[in-house]
Design a protein around this ligand. Structure first.
Ligand code: 3PG
Length: 306
């Protein structure tokens, strides 16, 4: 039976570990677990005899594939797969998959929580503001954005979205107004929430020509990837717009400057927390296990991304 390695620098919750084990045990697949490792060499050693690999945000690059001669499939238990070198996967005949939608509700809840945290001045005891009646613009309208739209409508926000890959009807059906130009995102939102992947096209794409358009009191929410932001432009937005705020589910590279110059107007989680719930870990981890089993048993490649 194929041997599976579950390598998670940021481990799954105990309940998820148990359920993933149960899936593989029932199928008779032997597993090994590498959790909380700090050195990529530990991953290289652990993957040597693995035919299948489950990861989260763990980096899977050429060096990992080169160290894994038996590997047939790698599944990213989560949505974003910018941590996998897809060209290297293909060159090594490895199928790469993600588990779309499985952890999205957790990320959407964190985005809403971070919006409230900033609106209430990081709970500093002074008067803040409410989300109700404000305009939220979602940049990208995938699973996370759709969950967030529902919640935001529930608290009385007016919700807009821009997604160049989707038709307006999909947004209208969810009670969201479609925007048609990327510039409109930045000029419309009291809150702007990013839901785009980090790709060659999107990296540093949130630049000054877009950030210069934001309202003075705009709150920019990033539960996507830090790489999509041009941080020079971000710092310029802080300097130019005295009420502009930024909240992020990952530490920006310019964190030292933000902490020194704009501590009240910025916040980031110490470690990516969006998908860190027991429920999301169970959903994404079990989906990854099932996808691996379906791949070996039936040749199912439904969620292949390379
Ligand atoms: C994702 O892309 O699924 C999220 O960013 C969650 O990443 P994580 O598994 O590292 O928490």
């Amino acid at each position: 039976m194929p041997k599976v390695l579950i390598a998670t620098e940021k481990p799954f919750a105990a309940a998820a570990v148990q359920k993933i084990k149960a899936e593989f045990d029932a199928a008779g697949y032997p597993q090994s677990w590498l959790e909380s490792y700090a050195d990529p060499k530990d991953l290289h050693a652990a993957v040597a005899d693995a035919e299948a690999l489950i990861i989260r945000s763990d980096k899977v690059d050429e060096a990992v594939f080169a160290a894994a001669p038996q590997l047939k499939i790698v599944v990213r238990a989560g949505a974003g797969y910018d941590n996998i070198d897809l060209a290297a996967a293909t060159a090594h005949n490895v199928v790469a998959m993600n588990t779309p939608g499985q952890n999205s509700n957790a990320v959407a809840e964190l985005a809403l929580a971070m919006m409230i945290y900033m609106a209430r001045g990081k709970f500093n005891g002074k008067s803040g503001s409410e989300l109700a009646g404000k305009k939220l613009v979602l940049y990208g309208f995938g699973f996370v954005a759709r969950y967030l739209a529902k919640m935001a409508i529930g608290v009385g926000m007016e919700v807009f979205a821009y997604d160049p890959y989707l038709s307006s009807e999909i947004m209208t059906k969810e009670g969201v107004t479609a925007l048609h130009k990327v510039e409109d995102i930045f000029s419309t939102g009291d809150y702007i929430s990013l839901h785009i992947p980090a790709t060659a096209e999107t990296k540093k794409s949130i630049n000054w020509s877009l950030l210069s358009l934001v309202k003075d009191s705009c709150i920019l929410v990033n539960t996507a990837r830090k790489e999509v932001i041009d941080e020079d432009a971000l710092l310029k937005a802080f300097a130019d717009k005295p009420k502009f705020r930024y909240v992020s589910d990952v530490e920006p590279d310019c964190s030292a400057q933000l902490a020194e110059l704009y501590p009240d107007r910025s916040y980031w989680t110490p470690k990516k927390m969006g998908a860190q719930t027991g429920e999301a870990n169970v959903n994404a981890g079990v989906a990854a296990a099932r996808q691996i089993i379906a791949f070996f048993e039936k040749g199912d490649k439904t969620y292949k991304v390379n």
